[in-house]
Design a protein around this ligand. Structure first.
Ligand SMILES: *Cc1c(COP(=O)(O)O)cnc(C)c1O
Length: 409
């Protein structure tokens, strides 16, 4: 008799996005003439750049002749791409070996899968609020207890509160944590950890023999050059941190799919042998995954050319101008807005002590604009609201104008 993995039953119902859809649908039925405008989605909208398209076409064409055809590629990903990545990190004075890079189909799969190389009795710490994958992947694997609806928390998970007082970047936990997830620039709060803040986590992890899973998916949105773009800018991080990144937000690869993880040879935890974690991740990936598409890797190679990087940063700049437009608009209304300066998310404080969902309803009723209730990312997001800078400029401008013209405070 087969039995299910009953950890799936612990998952708090995928409540956020279906509930947004339900409330939007009700509103549309009651107000068929009002235009719905979305500022809620973390998905790219602008076309791929010319250089990336050339790379993708080259990848396709290579498959057309016997001489250039390729089947399964290098296990860890195209070695040319891993060399390019190592070179790219050198720009930040970070020395990594191409063999420490693992090419994948994205940062979401890697951030969900990485926990599988660690023991089930590790204590997991997450930022609160957080990108849901870190929590859900550990629930499914059995590293948590039941979900407690009153607190909106899972038993056995350590929540590191992110709030106005700490600028939405927590301090290392006082309790003992073994696996710590950090995301900077942060989705949903838009906060970015400073070098000193990352150092405090690296110090903690080295002392405790803990591991940091560092999601740097928005690193290219950092405009302030003093802020770290990779955790390996902090000395000693290669001993305690795995970094995950992707081209999704950097180069519009959300639908194309390409990411990478860095598992340094120097990484060690309590019971690991030298270089063991890197070979375990290699084993995990070569068992469950057969590599990113060769066409897509060819496109990724084009991102890491001078012209490709220039075009990608223009793409990022486009979304960051959207972020400034949103932030300025919200502030002109007297709302308190965080983020949006080194990240494509604006983290709005709901006015008049409204809850996240109360503000969602108010914004929808008064303006027809949809955002994302902060509480959907964890109990620490209650009273906040996420606005996303991904969208066509004209849609962003129209949504902001609708809000500034119609929202009553
Ligand atoms: C968008 C996003 C990702 C990207 O995932 P991909 O699988 O590479 O598209 C990863 N982490 C966070 C926090 C994100 O917001």
């Amino acid at each position: 008799m087969a039995r299910i993995n009953s950890n799936y039953r612990k998952l708090a119902a995928g409540y956020l996005f279906p509930e947004i859809a339900r409330r939007t649908e009700t509103y549309v039925q009651e107000h068929p003439k009002t235009k719905i405008r979305k500022l809620g989605i973390g998905n790219t909208t602008e076309p791929l750049t010319a250089t990336v398209l050339e790379g993708l076409h080259r990848g396709v064409d290579k498959l057309a002749t016997r001489e250039t055809y390729s089947g399964y590629g290098d296990e860890q990903g195209d070695s040319r791409l891993r060399e390019k990545l190592a070179e790219y990190y050198k720009r930040r004075n970070v020395q990594l070996d191409p063999k420490e890079f693992f090419i994948s189909d994205g940062a979401k799969p890697d951030s969900g899968n990485i926990q599988s190389i660690f023991s089930l009795d590790n204590v997991v710490a997450v930022q609160d609020p957080a990108y849901p994958v870190y929590v859900d992947s550990n629930v499914i694997s059995g590293r948590t207890g039941e979900h407690e609806p009153e607190q909106g928390r899972y038993k056995g998970l350590l929540y590191m509160p992110c709030n106005e007082e700490n600028g939405f970047i927590p301090s290392p936990p006082r309790e003992k944590a073994d696996i710590i997830y950090l995301c900077s620039p942060n989705n949903p709060t838009g906060a970015v950890a400073t070098h000193a803040q990352l150092k405090s986590f690296v110090d903690y992890a080295r002392q405790q023999k803990a591991v940091i899973i560092y999601d740097a998916s928005y690193s290219e949105y950092i405009e302030d050059d003093a802020l770290p773009k990779t955790i390996y800018e902090v000395e000693g991080a290669e001993e305690c941190a795995i970094e995950i990144n992707s081209l999704s937000k950097f180069a519009g690869f959300t639908g194309v799919r390409l990411g990478w993880s860095v598992v340094p040879s120097a990484l060690t935890v309590e019971d690991s042998r030298p270089d063991e974690l890197r070979s375990m991740w290699n084993r995990r990936q070569s068992t469950f995954f057969n590599g990113a598409s060769n066409i897509v890797q060819e496109g990724a190679l084009s991102v890491f050319t001078e012209q490709g990087l220039k075009e990608s940063s223009e793409l990022v700049e486009y979304y960051m101008e959207n972020a400034r437009i949103i932030r300025r608009g919200m502030q002109s209304l007297g709302l308190t807005a965080f983020g949006g300066d080194n990240a494509p998310y604006i983290w709005l404080k709901a006015p008049n002590n409204l809850s996240s969902w109360e503000f969602f309803d108010k914004l929808l009723q008064e303006t027809g604009v949809i955002g994302t209730p902060g509480v959907g990312f964890g109990p620490g997001g209650e009273g906040y609201f996420r606005l996303s800078a991904f969208g066509h400029r004209e849609d962003i401008e129209a949504a902001v104008t609708t809000i500034t013209d119609n929202l009553t405070l």
